[in-house]
Design a protein around this ligand. Sequence first.
Ligand code: ZN
Length: 137
Amino acid sequence: MLQSLKNRLVRLMVGRYGIDQLYYAGLFLALGIMLVNISVQSSILMGISYAVLVVNIVRSFSRNIVKRRKENDAFLKFWNPIRKETKFFFRRVREFRTARYKTCPHCKKRLKLPVKRGKNTVNCPNCHESFEARTFL
Ligand SMILES: [Zn+2]
């Protein structure tokens, strides 16, 4: 019974796009709007959250795989830098006791430096130029 239901679902999804990162983003967005809407109680917000869910479902059942993939690529192009910077921010917080991150002004490479308070001369291992780095805290 459960097996045949699974088979039917698999057959239904053949040739269709399915789930991608944009799908999850839409899901979280819709859930976020719904959470906010618990206190706001706006029918417009409710409509938006349902619209996002409907778009998600339509996209996952779409047979135009090339177009859906392009949409997801556009989303990732916008999202990946945000994700990367957020991850970097938490890494800085986590390593605050032991390390500081500075960007080399010559080659723009991010360097992980041990904590040395005051003014220090840093020799970049990437481009071998040196620069002044200040650490106050
Ligand atoms: Zn450098």
